[in-house]
Design a protein around this ligand. Sequence first.
Ligand code: GLN
Length: 198
Amino acid sequence: MSSTHPRTGVLALQGAFGLHRAVLTRLGEPSTEVRTIEDLLAVDRLIIPGGESSVMAKLADESGMMPVLRGRIEAGMPVLGTCAGAIMLAAEIVDGRVGQPSIGVLDITVRRNAFGRQAESFTTNLVMIDDADPAAEAHDFEAVFIRAPGIERTGSAVATMASYDGQPVMVRQENVIATTFHPELSGDDTVHRLFLNL
Ligand code: GLN
């Protein structure tokens, strides 16, 4: 591996960061845990995991990381946000904790816990289409949803890569990919591979 190989970080303030690191290891990709601004400045791309977005946002806010996250992502750092991570990236949050901050770099509106109590968790097969890469073939993959948010609006710069029940569940805006499901839980590495190829 050359010294110019991008360094991959996983935001490790709270939530399912360990499982994302396990997927990266399976793909032969070294990773580090990002807990501080210094950690963040030492990586070239970042995964923001699932967990509890209100807690994660509070910790990121208190540590002063929010503006640094925003600046790095706006400057082009590839980022993958999954479930709570998608909420962290969203421009607009519905049913958030009062005053819940977000990084705000992805032009979507998300509703927290959109699938309701009767569907706290479920697994389904989805078809992914990469609009940004017309040569890529659409393919099936397995998606695990846990107290998932719903994407209620996507801005004009946002491409939908996968939908469930007519609603986007995987979206992309340039260097930002977000999923409302947990790609680290299915044993299907499609989403991580796509992120590493950004
Ligand atoms: N419901 C959680 C939240 O609002 C997200 C759930 C998850 O990441 N699995 O942060």
